[in-house]
Design a protein around this ligand. Structure first.
Ligand SMILES: [Zn+2]
Length: 169
């Protein structure tokens, strides 16, 4: 009975899957095929600087298997650089694992908080209150108050001198 080979976990989908040396005619160009699991081994070890044990765990394979995969990948990349070959990234015995999107959500929450703080300052009044609505200013005494959304400044009267207010920039 053939031993089932475990599929290696890959967490990264490269945006570019073809590397071509400049100045080489397509017809005379050789290419080397780097499998997705080999690519992932190089990415974890040489790009993310993980140690082999940690990287092997990420890919759900044993450390010796990871080591073999890494050596094979490095040899192919070296071969491409030394001999001017193109590199195509495709295939392999792998399972693409979706990246959790937690980081993106965290950023979104942070931006929401910032908007909330701005609104709070506006409620306190004073010159700092210029929110998205802007400011109304008394043309006579210079009294300022935040402009209310949907209410033109000219409809408000200055509480000090009773003059109609004007929009301030
Ligand atoms: Zn006034």
């Amino acid at each position: 009975m053939p031993r089932p080979t475990l599929r290696r976990w890959v967490r990264f989908q490269p945006g570019i899957t073809y590397f071509k040396p400049a100045g080489v005619r397509l017809s005379s160009m050789n290419e080397t095929v780097l499998a997705f699991d080999e690519f992932e081994a190089v990415r974890l070890k040489d790009y993310e600087n993980m140690d082999q044990i940690e990287a092997a765990k990420k890919m759900k394979i044993s450390q010796p298997t990871f080591n073999r995969l890494l050596k094979e990948a490095r040899k192919k990349i070296a071969d491409a650089i030394v001999n001017g070959k193109a590199i195509r990234i495709e295939g392999g015995n792998y399972k693409m694992v979706q990246q959790p999107m937690q980081q993106g959500r965290g950023l979104g929450a942070g931006m929401g908080l910032g908007a909330g703080m701005g609104a709070g300052r506006g409620r306190m009044g004073g010159p700092l209150a210029a929110g998205p609505g802007g400011l109304c200013k008394c043309p006579k005494c210079g009294y300022e108050e935040p402009k209310l959304r949907g209410m033109p400044c000219a409809q408000k009267k200055c509480p000090k001198c009773g003059m109609p207010m004007a929009r301030a920039q």
